[in-house]
Write a protein that binds this ligand. Structure first.
Ligand code: GLY
Length: 348
């Protein structure tokens, strides 16, 4: 079995293994870390149909007594009801403090699984097994866990690092093209914020999935190690996200996360020269179009501005935005909301 391992030093340190076909080795990755515990596998209805039997067979073959809880696929499951239902399931299965959660799916499953693990018996260990490109390069790394509440997305959560991330890139073969593309927006983001060399390789399609996922995870690892609790440089990971979240919200989540981030990155790139920074908007737009993204913002500057005002990154009268200084180098800029409104009117 061939795979790359990236080590993260955080409040809980852990390895991230990345390779094709490594799901079969999940039990062997888990054993040295967690011993012969019980495992509660959390997954969603889409992943379960494709890979639910496989993961249970691999874990059973490795000698694990694993139980499985399947939630309906989709963002609507990332809620308090599902969280409570899974906690009740773990209690009914009599899981103890030395047992663990395996979050097997995309961002919804990862966020929910991580939060459940942080709450059950005041904290049990958990393993992330991402099945989408987006989860592999973003949500499964760095320990952010969350559910949505009626007031907004991700408003209830914790920082709680996994004990292991096992990323089998073969699982992404079955992703629908638009779901795979959502992850590509995030990959392009990593190139733009911190690695011009990675960015350049993305012009050749299809990219080397294992190499690209590994590099993105390394970049995220380096950022998280410096700022685990998101008080500074971790904000760079929000390139395109401040505007993207506003667009997602305005569309009532009909615009997917990746599509919204692509539009948001273009807005930020257009804003940069108006703030005395470089102009990479045409270059970035061309790459996003090459990946099939529609980069036009379907909302007016005023609509985006109003949606931005409730952003959880807002601090007092200022909002932090990430702007490019060049390809591979972005910076955090804190802008008064009124100035941001004027800038939005110039770029949308
Ligand atoms: N998704 C951004 C972060 O993990 O900070």
């Amino acid at each position: 079995m061939q795979y790359n391992t990236i080590h993260v030093e955080a409040s809980r340190s852990y390895d991230i293994h990345i390779g094709r076909g490594i799901l079969a080795g999940l039990g062997e990755f888990i054993r040295p870390l967690l011993g012969n515990c019980r495992l509660a596998v959390l997954t969603d209805s889409n992943v379960d149909v494709l890979y639910g039997n496989a993961i249970m067979e691999y874990l059973n073959a490795a000698g694990y007594n694993a139980c499985k809880y399947v939630i309906p696929a989709g963002e609507a499951s990332k809620c308090a009801d599902t969280l409570l239902a899974f906690l009740n399931f773990m209690a009914a299965e009599q899981l103890t403090r030395s047992d663990a959660v395996v979050a097997f799916g995309g961002g919804v499953v990862g966020d929910l699984g991580g939060l459940s693990a942080s709450l059950y018996l005041r904290g049990v260990k958990y393993v992330q097994v991402p099945t989408t490109l987006l989860a592999a390069v973003d949500s499964s790394v760095g320990g952010k866990t969350a559910i949505d509440i009626p007031a907004g997305k991700n408003l209830v959560g914790s920082f709680y690092q996994p004990s292991l991330v096992c990323c089998d890139t073969a699982l992404m073969d079955t992703l629908l093209p638009n779901i795979y593309r959502d992850g590509c927006a995030e990959v392009i983001k990593y190139g733009m914020i911190l690695d011009g060399k990675l960015y350049d390789t993305l012009h050749t399609l299809p990219f080397d999935r294992e190499a690209v996922v590994s590099r993105c995870v390394e970049i995220k690892r380096d950022v998280v190690q410096q700022d685990e609790f998101d008080n500074g440089i971790r904000g760079l990971l929000n390139f395109g996200h401040t505007f993207g979240h506003a667009i997602e919200k305005l569309s009532n989540f009909a615009v997917s996360h990746g599509e919204a981030v692509a539009k948001g990155m273009v807005i930020a790139a257009r804003m940069a020269p108006l703030c005395g920074l470089c102009d990479v908007a045409d270059e970035l737009s061309a790459l996003l179009v090459q990946y099939g993204f529609d980069i036009a913002c379907p909302y007016s500057a005023n609509e985006v501005y109003e949606a931005l005002l409730s952003d959880k990154k807002r601090r007092g009268g200022n909002i932090s935005v990430v702007l490019p200084r060049s390809v591979g180098d972005c910076t955090l800029v804190s802008l008064p909301v009124e100035e941001l409104k004027e800038l939005l009117q110039k770029v949308i």
